[in-house]
Design a protein around this ligand. Structure first.
Ligand SMILES: NC(=O)c1ccc[n+]([C@@H]2O[C@H](COP(=O)([O-])OP(=O)(O)OC[C@H]3O[C@@H](n4cnc5c(N)ncnc54)[C@H](O)[C@@H]3O)[C@@H](O)[C@H]2O)c1
Length: 421
């Protein structure tokens, strides 16, 4: 068995990126698409990307040539017979993915890892009926795959322990950081990141803050590179809505993931963001200008409460309105992160996912530990009342347990994480 053959099925955005990352890491790569010409075209784009790096002096010519030599075109699934791992990255279609894995398991060796790069389908559903279900799991790469360091390894109900270990080893070879997560809607990242947008939309909808002040608060207080509305326009307001709808639907429609009417209306009107020229901002000029009229409330619910003051003091910033906006969004994210850490992944992996997959300046549970979980609990209780006892601010059991056990974060050496010198 050739230990280092990595198979890729689908040569689109993700498949070609995964192929590039794998060849760069020293794997022999074979990619299959519906037509060999599609793979060749995808490889031509990979070569262009590599050539740009050579031109910039970031990649030596001989290394570029070695990478290109490792890229092969597969004409049938049997090409993957001896592969260490095959990553499927075809269109997001359950029946198609099921069919592919059904055929693939019949031609590969017993040790081959069978991985799907799905972002929104359940690993359990894709793997249903597979004889080799113990070798089947999710390996969720991020776009652009050659650059992004994170892979969520998704464990289905029948995935074997050895497959999890082997998938981590493949990620290490790929120079990626692997996090482990149980099969569940949105895995870690697409779930924990939902409140980043949804809470911003709540603030906008209730007239408590406008687009500009929300984006500025997230950048200047939170240290994010972009605010939620700037990011929505960049990613595509429609693409982002689709992720929210899937997570909402697959969780059984809990209120906290309910898609926001403002976003739905924008999408219905073709306002997709930068790609359509207008979304939350108008992009027709050099300098984007807010394109959503906010009816600002006369008296917003913002108050410099003791909990907000303590939160701000720990972040070494004033307890002003911008801090309150940041806190409202951060606390909704932190609460979802804690729930994820209680149910689908360890706290460290939740933090890593948000840092490496979503460019958070710091994982939300690390910030919580720094501020203090007792302060988090008080702030959350205040926001719970302020929001009319909305479930997004209902303190989750993990936070309550940690506080009851006096594991308050850095100050007691243990919070969501351990803190030792
Ligand atoms: N685009 C992203 O940002 C992103 C990020 C993470 C995960 N994903 C997931 O990765 C997968 C692929 O997404 P994408 O954006 O690369 O899609 P894409 O549309 O760019 O590429 C899909 C490719 O699959 C090929 N294909 C279709 N049927 C096939 C078959 N029977 N055999 C072989 N190839 C076939 C298509 O020809 C196409 O080249 C999806 O499951 C998606 O959810 C996407």
């Amino acid at each position: 068995m050739s230990e280092r053959l990595l198979g890729v099925i689908g040569s689109g955005t993700m498949g070609s990126g995964i192929a590039q990352a794998a060849a760069t890491a020293g794997f022999m790569v074979a990619t299959l698409d519906t037509e060999p010409s599609l793979v060749k075209a995808a490889y031509a784009k990979v070569e262009e990307r590599l050539d740009r790096r050579v031109a910039k002096g970031k990649l030596p010519q001989h290394e570029r040539d070695n990478i290109v030599e490792r890229l092969h075109v597969a004409e049938t699934l049997s090409h993957f017979k001896d592969a260490e791992c095959v990553v499927e990255a075809v269109s997001e279609d359950l029946d198609l993915k099921r069919k592919i894995f059904g055929e693939l398991e019949g031609v590969v060796s017993e040790r081959t890892l069978l991985a799907s790069n799905t972002s929104s389908l359940s690993i359990e559903n894709i793997g249903e009926g597979l004889k080799r279900a113990d070798r089947f799991l999710g390996m969720h790469f991020f776009n652009p795959a050659p650059v992004m360091k994170l892979v969520e390894i998704v464990r289905g109900p029948k995935t074997g322990e050895q497959a999890m270990v082997d998938a981590r080893a493949v990620c290490t070879k790929l120079d990626k950081t692997a996090v482990k997560v149980k099969d569940s809607p949105g895995f870690i990242g697409n779930r924990v990141n939902r409140p980043f947008y949804l809470e911003a939309l709540h603030l906008l909808e209730t007239g408590e803050a406008d687009i500009r002040s929300i984006d500025t608060a997230m950048r200047e207080i939170g240290g994010f590179r972009m605010g939620p509305f700037e990011l929505l326009d960049l990613i595509g307001v429609d693409i982002n809505l689709r992720v929210t709808e899937t997570v909402y639907h697959d969780f059984g429609k809990p209120d906290r993931f309910k898609p926001n009417a403002i976003q739905e209306k924008l999408v219905a009107n073709g306002r997709f963001g930068r790609k359509s020229g207008c979304g939350f901002y108008d992009h027709s000029n050099n300098e984007p200008t807010p394109a959503y009229e906010t009816q600002l409330k006369n008296s917003s619910s913002w108050q410099p409460t003791d909990a907000l003051k303590e939160f701000a003091a720990m972040l070494e910033k004033p307890a002003d309105r911008a801090m309150w906006i940041y806190a409202r969004i951060f606390m909704a994210v932190m609460n979802e992160a804690a729930l994820a850490a209680d149910t689908i992944a360890i706290p460290r992996d939740v933090n890593l996912t948000m840092e490496l997959g979503f460019n958070y300046p710091e994982g939300p549970l690390a910030t919580a530990d720094h501020v203090g979980l007792d302060v988090m609990q008080k702030l959350l209780a205040g926001f719970y009342e302020e929001s009319g006892q909305h479930e997004r601010y209902k303190a989750n059991p993990l936070l309550d347990t940690r506080v009851a056990e006096e594991n308050l974060g850095e100050k007691t050496s243990r919070g969501f994480l351990y803190h030792t010198l």
